[in-house]
Ligand binder design. Structure first.
Ligand SMILES: Cc1cc2nc3c(=O)[nH]c(=O)nc-3n(C[C@H](O)[C@H](O)[C@H](O)COP(=O)(O)OP(=O)(O)OC[C@H]3O[C@@H](n4cnc5c(N)ncnc54)[C@H](O)[C@@H]3O)c2cc1C
Length: 474
């Protein structure tokens, strides 16, 4: 591998970009949301067009300068923050924020990589369509980052993840060449599908500059309910029942442990709590259907059928949009409550759906055997995706457990692997999980990934150290 060269003033001048392309480097570019990665700095470059991205990449390729792409900066695995590179280019997409076209008749929207996810949702709503990708970070995350991490979120159960919602991409390859596969086609079997190589590549194979996104009809009637359930097994049975009763109208099915509600009470007492006394487990069900669909009646039917079978102990059906928003706010605020408590180790895992109850039981026991920790397990249970996060005992802080983090992570990830699961369900690999990728991946898959990386990016300039370990310098 090539030795990387710092992006010095001469390199910046060689780009021949206008002053607006060199904004001041602010703190947000240097630290990720959980504060686990801090960057040593870099040359911040914010192109306004695909042509400018191509110019930057061609110069970086020729000059052996590392490029770290940055969209909204909300990634949770350190992919957008490089700590140990010789002054890289931090390539921010925020000025590429145009929605290029909306084809309501085709259910397609074409957006540049820097468009904020919430703005794509609003633009779809403007033509009575839905862009269903929804994350707690949607006010900051941008399309380039969302696709590069193949983000999931709360509606994957019904609509799929970012990969499923993308029809085509435009990208700048590591050598500066533009690859235009910005197709709006739903059927296109013309060789390797390069879109799927770039989606989820976390900037290691090039820069996504625009994407054609798949929209859906907007559900005319929606409803949200919270159900108190005794156990994850009861939650899974309720999910199956919801499929029978509500069919394809189930948009989200989220599980929350009592610990999450306790953290909310502790860190954000102003948040309206749904239950006087939180049950051990709460399920949030979100339904959406056509105009003649009655979500309240359907949720009531689900509650009654669930109660009869002993799955549901209590239920709250939102009576207004405001109440539905409040129910969702509880689920969406848990990550912030977690952040304020400060986890010792967080795990974004998935296991086959039917293994969820055993995974939670065995995982909780394994953590208890390591010490007096608090576990907040919550997530998109309908997709088999849990956030199984381990926190300090009350009165302690995560700094008290620095030595324990590695063992905790290994314990949770080994258990996940033993269930045939994934140690990164939706956040990606970034810099945080490079070791895990090596430990748990099929060796042939890993070797193929390395071969693709080396073929497309022979000098290793694209987000070095993210996803794949940097090869030793020669
Ligand atoms: C409160 C909170 C809640 C979250 N909830 C969820 C959730 O429910 N589901 C989920 O999946 N994630 C979630 N996340 C994680 C995060 O929001 C997503 O990973 C999001 O997709 C990242 O988008 P971003 O624009 O912030 O990307 P960034 O953080 O800027 O970048 C992420 C990665 O993509 C690369 N990259 C960025 N732009 C490009 C580009 N144009 N071309 C190539 N590579 C690029 C970066 O180098 C980095 O490796 C959450 C994060 C927070 C803070």
């Amino acid at each position: 591998m090539t030795n990387l060269i710092p992006a010095d003033d001469a390199f910046a001048a060689s780009l021949e970009l206008p002053p607006a392309a060199f904004p001041a480097l602010t703190a947000s570019y240097l630290e990720e949301p959980r504060g686990r990665y801090a960057s040593g700095g870099g040359l911040l470059v914010a192109p306004s067009s695909t042509t400018e991205v191509a110019q930057i990449m061609a110069a970086a390729h020729a000059g052996r300068v590392a490029v770290v792409p940055y969209s909204g900066g909300t990634g949770l695995v350190g992919g957008q923050i490089a700590q140990d590179l010789p002054r890289p280019v931090i390539l921010s997409l925020h000025r590429m924020n145009k929605i290029r076209a909306v084809h309501a008749d085709e259910n397609v929207l074409v957006a540049e990589a820097g468009v904020i996810l919430a703005d794509v949702q609003s633009a779809a709503e403007g033509v009575n369509r839905l862009f269903p990708l929804s994350l707690a970070s949607e006010g900051s995350a941008r399309i380039g980052g969302v696709l590069s991490t193949n983000a999931g979120g709360v509606n994957v159960l019904r609509y799929g993840n970012a990969r499923d919602l993308c029809l085509g991409v435009e990208a700048v390859m590591p050598n500066g060449e533009v690859m235009n596969t910005l197709t709006r086609l739903r059927k296109n079997n013309t060789g390797y599908d390069m879109r799927h190589l770039l989606i989820g590549a976390e900037g290691s194979l090039g820069i996504i500059t625009a994407a054609a996104l798949r929209l859906s009809p907007r559900p005319a009637s929606t409803g949200v309910a919270l159900f108190a359930v005794e156990s994850p097994r009861a939650a899974l049975e309720l999910l199956s029942l919801a499929g029978d009763i509500a069919g394809g109208t189930v948009s989200a099915f989220e599980l929350m442990h009592r610990q999450g509600l306790d953290f909310l009470r502790e860190t954000m007492p102003e948040t309206r709590q749904p239950w006087p006394t939180p049950p051990d487990w709460t399920v949030l069900v979100d339904l959406g259907g056509p105009a003649d669909f009655d979500p309240e009646v359907t949720l009531m039917n689900l509650f009654e059928a669930g109660s009869e079978r002993g799955l549901v102990d209590d239920g709250l059906i939102a009576q207004s949009t405001r109440e539905a928003d409040e129910f969702w706010a509880i689920r969406e605020t848990i990550p912030e409550a977690n952040r304020r408590i400060g986890s010792v180790s967080s795990h974004d895992i998935s296991v086959p759906l039917s293994s969820i109850p055993d995974f939670i039981t065995q995982g909780t026991q394994a953590i208890a055997a390591l010490g007096p920790f608090r576990v907040n397990c919550f997530g998109h249970v309908g997709d088999g995706n849990l956030h199984f996060n381990v926190f300090p005992d009350a009165g302690k802080s995560r700094a008290d457990y620095e030595d324990a983090r590695k063992t905790i992570k290994r314990t949770v990830h080994d258990l996940t692997h033993s269930f045939g699961g994934s140690v990164s369900a939706e956040h990606g690999i970034g810099r945080l999980k490079v070791d895990d990728l090596e430990r748990y991946s099929d060796p042939t898959k890993l070797a193929t990934m390395r071969a693709i990386k080396d073929a497309l990016d022979p000098h290793g300039i694209c987000n070095p150290g993210a996803v794949l370990r940097r090869a030793p310098s020669n």
